[in-house]
Design a protein around this ligand. Sequence first.
Ligand SMILES: [Zn+2]
Length: 184
Amino acid sequence: MADQQNGDHPPIMHGHGKAKFCLNCGDELVEREIDGSMRLACESCGYVHYTDPKVAVGVLIGDEQGRVLLMQRAHHPRKDLWSYPSGYVDAGEKVEDAAIRETQEEVGVTVELDGLLGLHSETGNRVILVVYRGHIVEGEPRAGPESLAVDYFPADALPDLAFDRDHGIIHDWHREFAVDATPR
Ligand SMILES: [Zn+2]
């Protein structure tokens, strides 16, 4: 699922291809303005094709030094860039369960969630991102099929991140929640 994460780039999967034919009567759909937005609509029966948002989850996990656990993406889009464990919520799946599942898939650990960190959306982007804080209850972080590497990073020395929004999310988390046990 990790390679299907999309933020501000053109999405590549999940039915983003434009619908061509009416789901109601099979006639061709045409683009027209409806309530101020361009939508695909059927001129024969009046069907309007609405695009639903997609819900993604991410989990921020810190170590005792206040560093954040990141994974290097093994697949396009944004291969080789880094992000925290994240992915799409399946239809019918509890959002918290998706967060735990994606973390297991991407960095190989079982987490307990410690609460909602924030909810992120932006104009023109179909994805709504829900970010949780979590801590590891089982396993050691390791690379898996979806990650080239996993490691902890201090907030002031992050690697190249896959998504611009993550800078703000990680810094907010660090400022508010990361426990820094290291004497300075
Ligand atoms: Zn129709």
